[in-house]
Ligand binder design. Structure first.
Ligand code: SF4
Length: 320
Protein backbone atom coordinates (compact mmCIF):
# COMPACT_ATOMS: atom_id res chain seq x y z
CA UNK A 1 0.00 0.00 0.00
CA UNK A 2 1.52 3.37 -0.93
CA UNK A 3 1.74 6.24 1.51
CA UNK A 4 -1.41 7.95 0.18
CA UNK A 5 -3.49 4.78 0.38
CA UNK A 6 -2.26 4.11 3.98
CA UNK A 7 -3.09 7.68 5.05
CA UNK A 8 -6.52 7.34 3.46
CA UNK A 9 -7.21 4.10 5.40
CA UNK A 10 -6.22 5.72 8.75
CA UNK A 11 -8.51 8.63 7.92
CA UNK A 12 -11.32 6.18 7.23
CA UNK A 13 -10.82 4.35 10.56
CA UNK A 14 -10.72 7.62 12.52
CA UNK A 15 -13.79 8.88 10.70
CA UNK A 16 -15.56 5.55 11.27
CA UNK A 17 -14.78 5.56 15.01
CA UNK A 18 -16.01 9.10 15.28
CA UNK A 19 -19.20 8.17 13.55
CA UNK A 20 -20.00 5.01 15.47
CA UNK A 21 -18.72 6.19 18.91
CA UNK A 22 -19.77 9.77 19.47
CA UNK A 23 -18.29 11.25 22.64
CA UNK A 24 -20.45 9.94 25.51
CA UNK A 25 -21.82 12.36 28.09
CA UNK A 26 -20.04 11.86 31.43
CA UNK A 27 -22.29 9.77 33.69
CA UNK A 28 -23.46 10.98 37.07
CA UNK A 29 -21.44 9.12 39.67
CA UNK A 30 -23.20 7.66 42.72
CA UNK A 31 -20.69 7.47 45.56
CA UNK A 32 -21.91 5.18 48.31
CA UNK A 33 -20.26 5.83 51.70
CA UNK A 34 -18.00 2.94 52.72
CA UNK A 35 -20.02 2.49 55.96
CA UNK A 36 -23.70 3.29 56.06
CA UNK A 37 -27.09 2.09 57.23
CA UNK A 38 -28.34 -0.23 59.90
CA UNK A 39 -26.03 -1.10 62.81
CA UNK A 40 -25.81 -4.47 64.55
CA UNK A 41 -27.66 -3.15 67.64
CA UNK A 42 -30.76 -2.23 65.65
CA UNK A 43 -30.57 -5.38 63.48
CA UNK A 44 -30.45 -7.62 66.56
CA UNK A 45 -33.37 -5.81 68.19
CA UNK A 46 -35.54 -6.17 65.09
CA UNK A 47 -34.61 -9.86 64.79
CA UNK A 48 -35.56 -10.44 68.43
CA UNK A 49 -38.98 -8.84 67.90
CA UNK A 50 -39.60 -10.96 64.80
CA UNK A 51 -38.68 -14.15 66.68
CA UNK A 52 -41.68 -13.76 68.99
CA UNK A 53 -44.47 -16.13 68.04
CA UNK A 54 -47.88 -14.53 67.36
CA UNK A 55 -49.19 -16.57 70.31
CA UNK A 56 -47.11 -14.38 72.68
CA UNK A 57 -48.40 -10.84 72.11
CA UNK A 58 -45.69 -8.24 72.50
CA UNK A 59 -45.52 -4.49 73.02
CA UNK A 60 -42.37 -2.57 72.15
CA UNK A 61 -41.81 0.26 74.58
CA UNK A 62 -41.01 3.29 72.40
CA UNK A 63 -39.79 3.29 68.80
CA UNK A 64 -37.57 0.30 68.18
CA UNK A 65 -36.14 2.25 65.26
CA UNK A 66 -36.98 5.58 63.72
CA UNK A 67 -38.01 4.01 60.45
CA UNK A 68 -41.61 3.74 59.32
CA UNK A 69 -40.96 0.79 56.96
CA UNK A 70 -39.57 -1.34 59.79
CA UNK A 71 -42.29 -0.27 62.23
CA UNK A 72 -45.02 -1.08 59.69
CA UNK A 73 -43.52 -4.58 59.27
CA UNK A 74 -43.66 -5.14 63.04
CA UNK A 75 -47.23 -3.88 63.31
CA UNK A 76 -48.19 -6.24 60.49
CA UNK A 77 -47.05 -9.12 62.74
CA UNK A 78 -49.38 -7.92 65.49
CA UNK A 79 -46.60 -6.34 67.54
CA UNK A 80 -47.74 -3.19 69.32
CA UNK A 81 -45.66 -0.07 69.83
CA UNK A 82 -46.42 2.06 72.87
CA UNK A 83 -44.61 5.00 74.40
CA UNK A 84 -46.18 4.77 77.87
CA UNK A 85 -45.83 1.73 80.11
CA UNK A 86 -49.24 2.32 81.71
CA UNK A 87 -50.89 1.71 78.32
CA UNK A 88 -49.25 -1.71 77.79
CA UNK A 89 -51.85 -4.51 77.78
CA UNK A 90 -49.75 -7.44 76.49
CA UNK A 91 -48.00 -9.90 78.85
CA UNK A 92 -44.57 -9.18 77.29
CA UNK A 93 -42.79 -5.91 76.73
CA UNK A 94 -39.61 -5.19 74.80
CA UNK A 95 -36.96 -2.67 75.82
CA UNK A 96 -35.50 -1.24 72.61
CA UNK A 97 -31.86 -0.94 71.51
CA UNK A 98 -31.88 2.58 73.05
CA UNK A 99 -32.06 1.04 76.54
CA UNK A 100 -33.96 2.12 79.64
CA UNK A 101 -33.30 3.28 83.18
CA UNK A 102 -33.38 0.92 86.17
CA UNK A 103 -36.51 2.82 87.26
CA UNK A 104 -38.30 1.87 84.06
CA UNK A 105 -37.14 -1.76 84.27
CA UNK A 106 -38.37 -1.99 87.89
CA UNK A 107 -41.73 -0.50 86.90
CA UNK A 108 -42.04 -3.11 84.14
CA UNK A 109 -41.24 -5.92 86.59
CA UNK A 110 -43.66 -4.54 89.21
CA UNK A 111 -46.42 -4.91 86.66
CA UNK A 112 -45.51 -8.57 86.28
CA UNK A 113 -44.62 -8.22 82.60
CA UNK A 114 -42.13 -10.46 80.85
CA UNK A 115 -39.20 -8.35 79.63
CA UNK A 116 -37.48 -8.84 76.30
CA UNK A 117 -34.18 -7.00 76.59
CA UNK A 118 -32.95 -5.60 73.25
CA UNK A 119 -30.73 -2.90 74.70
CA UNK A 120 -27.63 -2.59 72.52
CA UNK A 121 -24.45 -3.74 74.32
CA UNK A 122 -22.89 -0.37 73.48
CA UNK A 123 -25.76 1.43 75.25
CA UNK A 124 -25.16 -0.87 78.24
CA UNK A 125 -21.53 0.26 78.09
CA UNK A 126 -22.67 3.92 78.24
CA UNK A 127 -24.88 3.13 81.29
CA UNK A 128 -21.94 1.48 83.07
CA UNK A 129 -19.71 4.46 82.20
CA UNK A 130 -22.17 6.96 83.72
CA UNK A 131 -22.57 4.80 86.84
CA UNK A 132 -18.79 4.63 87.28
CA UNK A 133 -18.52 8.43 87.04
CA UNK A 134 -21.16 8.86 89.75
CA UNK A 135 -19.54 6.18 91.91
CA UNK A 136 -16.24 8.11 91.71
CA UNK A 137 -18.01 11.34 92.78
CA UNK A 138 -18.00 13.16 89.45
CA UNK A 139 -21.02 15.31 88.59
CA UNK A 140 -22.40 13.61 85.44
CA UNK A 141 -22.67 15.65 82.24
CA UNK A 142 -24.21 13.89 79.24
CA UNK A 143 -23.54 15.26 75.76
CA UNK A 144 -26.70 14.56 73.80
CA UNK A 145 -30.32 15.47 73.21
CA UNK A 146 -32.25 15.87 76.45
CA UNK A 147 -35.50 14.53 74.99
CA UNK A 148 -33.95 11.47 73.31
CA UNK A 149 -35.03 8.10 74.72
CA UNK A 150 -31.43 6.94 75.18
CA UNK A 151 -30.51 10.08 77.16
CA UNK A 152 -33.64 9.67 79.31
CA UNK A 153 -32.52 6.10 80.03
CA UNK A 154 -29.02 7.30 80.95
CA UNK A 155 -30.23 10.03 83.31
CA UNK A 156 -33.53 8.90 84.91
CA UNK A 157 -31.78 7.11 87.78
CA UNK A 158 -29.46 10.01 88.61
CA UNK A 159 -30.08 12.35 91.56
CA UNK A 160 -28.51 15.24 89.66
CA UNK A 161 -26.97 15.66 86.22
CA UNK A 162 -26.66 18.03 83.25
CA UNK A 163 -27.33 17.43 79.57
CA UNK A 164 -25.52 19.64 77.08
CA UNK A 165 -25.52 19.82 73.28
CA UNK A 166 -23.97 23.19 72.38
CA UNK A 167 -21.01 25.36 73.34
CA UNK A 168 -23.46 27.70 75.03
CA UNK A 169 -24.80 24.83 77.16
CA UNK A 170 -21.23 23.91 78.18
CA UNK A 171 -20.35 27.50 79.12
CA UNK A 172 -23.49 27.85 81.23
CA UNK A 173 -22.82 24.85 83.47
CA UNK A 174 -22.56 25.70 87.15
CA UNK A 175 -19.00 25.21 88.36
CA UNK A 176 -18.30 21.95 90.25
CA UNK A 177 -15.13 20.42 91.66
CA UNK A 178 -15.48 17.37 89.37
CA UNK A 179 -17.31 16.83 86.09
CA UNK A 180 -17.73 13.35 84.63
CA UNK A 181 -18.58 13.54 80.93
CA UNK A 182 -20.16 10.83 78.77
CA UNK A 183 -22.13 11.04 75.53
CA UNK A 184 -25.23 9.72 73.84
CA UNK A 185 -23.91 6.87 71.69
CA UNK A 186 -24.98 8.49 68.41
CA UNK A 187 -23.40 11.91 68.88
CA UNK A 188 -20.67 12.91 66.40
CA UNK A 189 -17.35 12.35 68.15
CA UNK A 190 -15.97 15.68 66.83
CA UNK A 191 -18.72 17.57 68.64
CA UNK A 192 -18.22 15.56 71.81
CA UNK A 193 -14.47 16.18 71.90
CA UNK A 194 -15.00 19.87 71.12
CA UNK A 195 -17.47 20.30 74.00
CA UNK A 196 -15.14 18.52 76.41
CA UNK A 197 -12.40 20.92 75.32
CA UNK A 198 -14.74 23.92 75.84
CA UNK A 199 -15.44 22.64 79.38
CA UNK A 200 -11.73 22.19 80.12
CA UNK A 201 -10.99 25.78 79.03
CA UNK A 202 -13.98 27.23 80.91
CA UNK A 203 -13.52 25.29 84.19
CA UNK A 204 -9.76 25.30 84.74
CA UNK A 205 -9.99 24.41 88.43
CA UNK A 206 -12.40 21.54 87.85
CA UNK A 207 -11.25 17.95 87.48
CA UNK A 208 -12.87 16.67 84.27
CA UNK A 209 -13.05 12.97 83.46
CA UNK A 210 -14.28 12.11 79.95
CA UNK A 211 -15.42 8.61 79.06
CA UNK A 212 -15.93 8.12 75.32
CA UNK A 213 -19.29 6.35 74.93
CA UNK A 214 -19.94 7.22 71.27
CA UNK A 215 -20.42 3.83 69.61
CA UNK A 216 -18.10 2.47 66.96
CA UNK A 217 -20.80 2.14 64.22
CA UNK A 218 -21.63 5.84 64.68
CA UNK A 219 -17.95 6.81 64.44
CA UNK A 220 -17.48 4.67 61.32
CA UNK A 221 -20.56 6.08 59.60
CA UNK A 222 -19.61 9.65 60.45
CA UNK A 223 -16.03 9.19 59.16
CA UNK A 224 -17.26 7.52 55.96
CA UNK A 225 -19.82 10.30 55.44
CA UNK A 226 -17.07 12.95 55.68
CA UNK A 227 -14.91 11.13 53.14
CA UNK A 228 -17.87 10.78 50.79
CA UNK A 229 -19.23 14.35 51.24
CA UNK A 230 -15.81 15.84 50.47
CA UNK A 231 -16.06 14.38 46.96
CA UNK A 232 -19.76 14.95 46.30
CA UNK A 233 -21.66 17.78 44.60
CA UNK A 234 -24.91 16.54 46.13
CA UNK A 235 -25.42 14.26 49.14
CA UNK A 236 -28.50 12.14 49.83
CA UNK A 237 -28.95 10.97 53.44
CA UNK A 238 -31.51 8.18 53.82
CA UNK A 239 -33.28 7.88 57.14
CA UNK A 240 -36.32 8.81 59.20
CA UNK A 241 -36.90 12.47 60.01
CA UNK A 242 -37.03 11.56 63.73
CA UNK A 243 -33.77 9.62 63.66
CA UNK A 244 -31.11 11.48 65.66
CA UNK A 245 -28.14 9.82 63.98
CA UNK A 246 -29.62 10.45 60.51
CA UNK A 247 -29.96 14.16 61.30
CA UNK A 248 -26.41 14.20 62.65
CA UNK A 249 -25.11 12.53 59.47
CA UNK A 250 -26.85 15.20 57.38
CA UNK A 251 -25.39 17.96 59.57
CA UNK A 252 -21.88 16.48 59.21
CA UNK A 253 -22.24 16.24 55.41
CA UNK A 254 -23.35 19.90 55.26
CA UNK A 255 -19.94 20.90 56.62
CA UNK A 256 -18.37 19.57 53.41
CA UNK A 257 -21.14 19.88 50.80
CA UNK A 258 -23.72 22.65 50.24
CA UNK A 259 -26.37 20.46 48.64
CA UNK A 260 -27.49 17.88 51.22
CA UNK A 261 -30.97 16.33 51.19
CA UNK A 262 -32.52 13.89 53.68
CA UNK A 263 -35.16 11.43 52.44
CA UNK A 264 -37.14 8.68 54.18
CA UNK A 265 -36.99 6.51 51.03
CA UNK A 266 -36.72 6.62 47.21
CA UNK A 267 -40.10 8.33 46.84
CA UNK A 268 -38.60 11.47 48.40
CA UNK A 269 -35.93 11.95 45.69
CA UNK A 270 -36.27 14.91 43.32
CA UNK A 271 -34.59 14.94 39.89
CA UNK A 272 -33.92 18.69 40.15
CA UNK A 273 -31.56 18.07 43.10
CA UNK A 274 -29.11 16.46 40.65
CA UNK A 275 -28.97 19.31 38.14
CA UNK A 276 -25.33 20.19 37.27
CA UNK A 277 -24.02 17.50 39.64
CA UNK A 278 -21.21 15.14 38.57
CA UNK A 279 -21.10 13.14 41.83
CA UNK A 280 -23.94 12.33 44.18
CA UNK A 281 -23.01 10.89 47.57
CA UNK A 282 -25.17 8.39 49.44
CA UNK A 283 -25.27 7.61 53.15
CA UNK A 284 -27.91 6.37 55.62
CA UNK A 285 -28.69 6.37 59.32
CA UNK A 286 -28.34 3.36 61.63
CA UNK A 287 -32.08 2.62 61.51
CA UNK A 288 -32.34 2.55 57.72
CA UNK A 289 -32.84 -0.98 56.30
CA UNK A 290 -30.62 -2.13 53.41
CA UNK A 291 -33.51 -2.53 50.91
CA UNK A 292 -34.51 1.11 51.44
CA UNK A 293 -30.92 2.28 50.72
CA UNK A 294 -30.68 -0.01 47.68
CA UNK A 295 -33.93 1.37 46.31
CA UNK A 296 -32.65 4.94 46.66
CA UNK A 297 -29.44 3.96 44.87
CA UNK A 298 -31.41 2.30 42.06
CA UNK A 299 -33.55 5.39 41.65
CA UNK A 300 -30.45 7.61 41.51
CA UNK A 301 -28.96 5.31 38.89
CA UNK A 302 -32.18 5.56 36.92
CA UNK A 303 -31.74 9.32 37.08
CA UNK A 304 -28.36 8.94 35.38
CA UNK A 305 -26.03 7.56 38.02
CA UNK A 306 -23.65 4.69 38.10
CA UNK A 307 -22.89 3.14 41.49
CA UNK A 308 -19.35 2.81 42.78
CA UNK A 309 -17.81 2.05 46.16
CA UNK A 310 -16.16 4.94 48.01
CA UNK A 311 -12.57 5.30 46.83
CA UNK A 312 -13.11 3.28 43.62
CA UNK A 313 -12.27 6.11 41.25
CA UNK A 314 -11.78 4.04 38.10
CA UNK A 315 -15.15 2.30 38.29
CA UNK A 316 -16.80 5.61 39.00
CA UNK A 317 -16.02 7.01 35.57
CA UNK A 318 -16.13 3.77 33.61
CA UNK A 319 -18.76 4.93 31.19
CA UNK A 320 -17.55 8.51 31.00
FE1 SF4 B 1 -25.87 0.25 69.35
FE2 SF4 B 1 -24.61 2.32 68.24
FE3 SF4 B 1 -26.53 1.05 66.93
FE4 SF4 B 1 -27.15 2.55 69.03
S1 SF4 B 1 -26.29 3.26 67.08
S2 SF4 B 1 -27.96 0.54 68.56
S3 SF4 B 1 -25.37 2.18 70.32
S4 SF4 B 1 -24.56 0.18 67.56
Amino acid sequence: MNIFARAASYYFVIQSECEIRPPAARALRVLRAAQLGMCFGVRDAIALAHQQPPSAPLTILGDLVHNETVLAGLRARGIRIENHLERVTTPSVMITAHGASDKTLEAVQERGLRVLEATCPLVHFAHRAVKSLVRDHFHPVIIGRRDHVEVRGLTEDLAEFDVILTEQDALQLAERPRFGVAAQTTQPIDRVRHLVEVMRRRFRRTEIRFLDTVCRPTKERQAAAVEMARQADVVIVVGGANSNNTRELAATCRRFCDRVHQVDDASGLRAEWLVNAATVGLTAGTSTPDPVIDEVELRLRALGGEAVEAGDETAGWASG
